[in-house]
Design a protein around this ligand. Sequence first.
Ligand SMILES: *[C@@H]1O[C@H](CO)[C@@H](O)[C@H](O)[C@H]1NC(C)=O
Ligand SMILES: *[C@@H]1O[C@H](CO)[C@@H](O)[C@H](O)[C@H]1NC(C)=O
Ligand SMILES: *[C@@H]1O[C@H](CO)[C@@H](O)[C@H](O)[C@H]1NC(C)=O
Ligand SMILES: *[C@@H]1O[C@H](CO)[C@@H](O)[C@H](O)[C@H]1NC(C)=O
Ligand SMILES: *[C@@H]1O[C@H](CO)[C@@H](O)[C@H](O)[C@H]1NC(C)=O
Ligand SMILES: CC(=O)N[C@H]1CO[C@H](CO)[C@@H](O)[C@@H]1O
Length: 445
Amino acid sequence: MTVLSCPLSSLLLTVALVLADPTSSCADTSSLITLFRAYSGNASDHFYTTNVSELDNDALLGGTYTFEGEATFLWSTSQPSTIPLFRLYNQDFVDHFYTISSDEVLEMIDQGWAYDNTPNHTAGYVYPYSICGAAPIYRLFNPKSVDHFYTMNIAESQDAMKDGYQDQGIAGFAMLPSVDGSAVNDSAGPFFLPSTMTALPESQETATSSSSCADNANVVPLLRAHARTGTGQDHFYTTNSSEMNAALLNTYSFEGDAAFVWSTQEASTVPLYRLFNQIVNDHFYTIDANESNVVLSLGYAFDTDNHIAGYLYPYSICGASPIYRLYNPSTTDHFYTMSQTESASASGYVVEGIAGFALLPSVDGQPQMSASPLLLPVSLKPSASTLGYGFPTTIALGPTSSIVSNAGIGSPTSSPNSEEVSQSTMARRAFIISMLWSVATWIFS
Ligand SMILES: *[C@@H]1O[C@H](CO)[C@@H](O)[C@H](O)[C@H]1NC(C)=O
Ligand SMILES: *[C@@H]1O[C@H](CO)[C@@H](O)[C@H](O)[C@H]1NC(C)=O
Ligand SMILES: *[C@@H]1O[C@H](CO)[C@@H](O)[C@H](O)[C@H]1NC(C)=O
Ligand SMILES: *[C@@H]1O[C@H](CO)[C@@H](O)[C@H](O)[C@H]1NC(C)=O
Ligand SMILES: *[C@@H]1O[C@H](CO)[C@@H](O)[C@H](O)[C@H]1NC(C)=O
Ligand SMILES: CC(=O)N[C@H]1CO[C@H](CO)[C@@H](O)[C@@H]1O
């Protein structure tokens, strides 16, 4: 980008200085260990362990299980920002089960699973969010064979869904294995710990209360449109149907519902900030107030009164699914989609990670609860938790996706306050790594 290359050299200097600081809130990548994966077709069981002796002697010896390689890299002891990945086992169904949610542990124990004989009941320690270069571990479940399956490979998870597995969301975030067998330390685009939340692994193990969910009756469609402008492209998202209609009169084509989000802040949700860069014609959305501050300094500006496109979950909870964030450096386009297929096939785009979690649109234009509720780790309390709610037992249907019938949308009144704008140093560093990467891509492309 010739327009930007002049100020960028000074930015690079700043970036290099910040990167030199120790990153205390990320786990130590030199103590990563491999979580191995084995499978028994006979028992329909996927089994994961970091304990090589257990893998060899208890699973592989005798031929019951077959070794399937490295599932992920994680930690065997508690590390900054990590939480335990609990391991349970159901002898009747022969099913190994792994979760970061202590609430879910209790539910599964009620249903016949028991803690397995591992240190502190854990398989290891993982991040609860996409931070510090960690990537998602997808969780799937086959109700027919009663098998929980975990993979970091999107293509593999899609194949499993064709074979009777259901998408159960994200089990946690850890380091991707690479083809040469070492950990990819910076695999996903860095995402950010929302500023109002901190991970406290200790308190999670003793907590018992359930998560708080937003009211599914209040969701509104986040509408998506696309425009080509010369060599550039822009994906544009809004819940405001009048604004969308105006955009459609002016070069944009409507592409449907991107997600179902909330127009006002509800339990466990956080604001999705919306910014626009007029020079490169790029709409940009982030839940990270610090990241929005950084892009403000790069020529982006808030382009709505309240700076917010809507509200969504920062984690995979309450049946919400990930919104993938992608970036195409040659067309300077940020692209957001909940479709794994679309994100895997978006030519010229790199997946930058997960922008947040919302309800999936379904083919009939209604929101759906796609993932099973991966519960909010109870020590992670978003600032919105003062609102009243109940844990939903049924799926409430929201408004339809039709632009015409999508009537008045409530306008959130608050603009980002100072608390929301405060942010951890880790998040800042994570972002700066991301910016450095984008900057390098721009300069060298
Ligand atoms: C990841 O980091 C560890 C420790 O810093 C290092 O040994 C390993 O080679 C790194 N892996 C890659 C793919 O860079
Ligand atoms: C590893 O597994 C073996 C059983 O094969 C067990 O005796 C040992 O205690 C395990 N080690 C740890 C650290 O859990
Ligand atoms: C498969 O299951 C059957 C019946 O449970 C058992 O007899 C057999 O030994 C198992 N085979 C292997 C390779 O574990
Ligand atoms: C188990 O938990 C105790 C107390 O929290 C901690 O000191 C110890 O390091 C943990 N061990 C492992 C292997 O995680
Ligand atoms: C929706 O968009 C229209 C046209 O851009 C604007 O006048 C109106 O204020 C917006 N409504 C809300 C609630 O933001
Ligand atoms: C660019 C930016 O706004 N950085 C801020 C991120 O958050 C930290 C901690 O609150 C601030 O000190 C930074 O100024």
